[in-house]
Design a protein around this ligand. Structure first.
Ligand code: ZN
Length: 138
């Protein structure tokens, strides 16, 4: 794994939290993006080499809605950048980690992503992400 790519924070209301974090970081989010397949809307903040992703639910059966219900707002996941996502998935599976996505899927911010189940990582939801190849228009 190369580095922490970003930290994801689950929030109830994206607009309210965008304003809060804009004040905290001194800059607005550089993008806002919905991931329909996940039922989430995200925003991304950047300062120096660091990125923070805010995630809010857009549907009641969204994983973020379930997380907020169970745990409330707070840190949702830590994302690590990898250069060979498929290879990492295979390696971590063989090491006994529970990989939630056997095949990389498209996430926000032009990333191919896969998650590790928090039950196999001391309660921390871990996202692996790899820069997706240039937009194919799909
Ligand atoms: Zn993320």
């Amino acid at each position: 794994m190369d580095k922490i790519e970003h930290i994801g924070i689950a929030v109830k209301d994206l607009e309210t939290s965008n304003a809060l974090f804009e004040t905290l970081f001194g800059a607005p989010p550089y993008k806002e993006e919905a991931v329909a397949s996940e039922g989430v809307i995200t925003s991304f903040f950047k300062f120096g080499p660091n990125k923070i992703e805010l995630l809010a639910a857009t549907s009641e059966d969204s994983p973020i809605a379930k997380f907020l219900e169970k745990k409330g707002e707070g840190i949702h996941h830590i994302a690590f950048a990898v250069t060979d996502l498929k290879g990492e998935i295979a390696r971590l599976k063989s090491e006994g980690f529970r990989v939630l996505n056997e095949e990389p899927k498209m996430g926000a911010d032009n990333k191919l992503i896969a998650f590790l189940h928090p039950k196999s990582t001391n309660g921390v939801l871990i996202e692996l992400c790899q820069e997706a190849p240039a937009e194919s228009g799909s």
